[in-house]
Design a protein around this ligand. Sequence first.
Ligand code: GAR
Length: 204
Amino acid sequence: MLKIVVCVSGGGTNLQAIMDAMDSGKITNTEIMAVISNNARAKALDRAKNHGVPALCLSPKSYPDRGAFNEAFTKKMEELNPDLIVLAGFLVAIPPAMVDAFEGRIINIHPALIPSFCGVGYYGLHVHEKALEYGVKVTGATVHFVDKGMDTGRIISQKAVYVQEGDTPEVLQRRVMEEAEWVLLPQAIDDIANGRIRLSGKSV
Ligand code: GAR
C-alpha cells in the first residue's frame, strides 16, 4: 500500500481528482495519510475533511522566519514518513532538507509543458497569463519529480492541451485542469503505487 501525503495551497481540485480516482478504482493500492496546507483558508482542507482524510495547516506565517517554518515542515513530514509526497497545487518551495530526506519520493503537477512557462514566479493562473501573452497555440501540464530547483526535476508525464481563440487565463486554466492535470496526476500515483513507475528513493 502506497502511503501518500498530499500538499495543497488553494482550491484543491487536484486533490479532489486524486480522492475521486481512489473512490472509482482508478487509483489502487494507495492511502492518503494526510493533507497538509500552508494556507488555513484553503478550500482543499474542507475537501480533505469531507472525505475523511486527516487535514492540517502549517503556515509560514506562524513561524518567526522561513528557516523555522522549513524545519517544522520537514520534521512533520519525517514524523508522517510517507512513501510519496504529492504536491497538488502547493505553492511553497520545498525545503532542501525535505528534498534530501525524501529524495526521489516527491512529485509535483505543473500547469504547463516544462520547460516552458515554469520556474520562479510561474504558478497558478500566472502560468496561463504568460502562455496567452506569448501566444503559444499548445500548452498542457507536467508531472515531475521534485529536486532542489524550481520545476527542474525529472519529467514523469506530460499532456498537451490546445489554446483556443478567445481564451482567458481562467478558461485556459480550467481546460488544462480538466484535460491534463486531473488525468495525469492520478495516473502517476497509480503507476507508482502499482510499480509501473519506480521510485528511486525507497521501494514501496
Ligand atoms: C493547479 O493548476 C496546479 O497545477 C498549479 O496550481 C493549481 C492548483 O489548483 N500548481 C502550480 O502552479 C505549481 N507550480 P488546485 O488547488 O485546484 O489543485
